[in-house]
Design a protein around this ligand. Structure first.
Ligand code: ZN
Length: 170
């Protein structure tokens, strides 16, 4: 059976909060997803370079920020034509620019979008099968999103926009 992990990352791929914001962000996450969760713990990651926090098995397509084209990773049950292109992009430095195959827009590697949502980040806080609380939207539990006011508080603490990522693992 699939497992689901939930991550919060800054919307700015290069943003790294200071220690005070780190601690406050993590403390609020523990309130939003109190123990016990499936992992019995939390993921707290910091990276020197932006790392792609993707949606795991739900990662279907890269979205071009220039023309919004869906660059499918799968085609007819096999790796699609864009898969190899994306693998080569992932080998580039994160702040370099590459040409999008759909429209030719010069795009920073870190600026591509994803379906299901994922993001490049230097900072991520998450949990495997996070616990429920009143901070989550009432619909679509347990794999829905945070209430807007919850997200707003995370963003205020972080001093940056926050992206919500559900990662499906089998
Ligand atoms: Zn494009």
């Amino acid at each position: 059976m699939a497992e689901h992990a939930f991550y919060l990352v800054p919307s700015d791929p290069f943003y790294l909060p200071d220690d005070e914001r780190n601690a406050e962000f993590f403390a609020f996450f523990k309130e939003v997803s109190p123990l016990p969760n499936a992992n019995g713990g939390y993921d707290f990651e910091k990276y020197d370079d932006p790392v792609l926090v993707d949606s795991g098995d739900a990662f279907e397509a890269v979205i071009c920020p220039g023309c919004c084209a869906r660059l499918e990773m799968l085609g007819d049950g096999e790796w699609g034509e864009h898969y190899d292109w994306w693998q080569s992009v992932m080998e580039q430095p994160r702040n370099s620019t590459v040409k999008a195959p759909c429209c030719g827009t010069e795009t920073r590697v870190v600026d591509f979008k994803f379906d299901s949502p994922g993001a490049f980040a230097r900072f991520a806080v998450g949990a495997l099968e996070p616990s429920d609380s009143d901070y989550w939207e009432d619909e679509d539990r347990p794999y829905g999103l945070l209430k807007p006011e919850t997200l707003a508080r995370f963003e205020e603490i972080l001093g940056c926009g926050v992206v919500q990522i559900w990662q499906v693992r089998t």
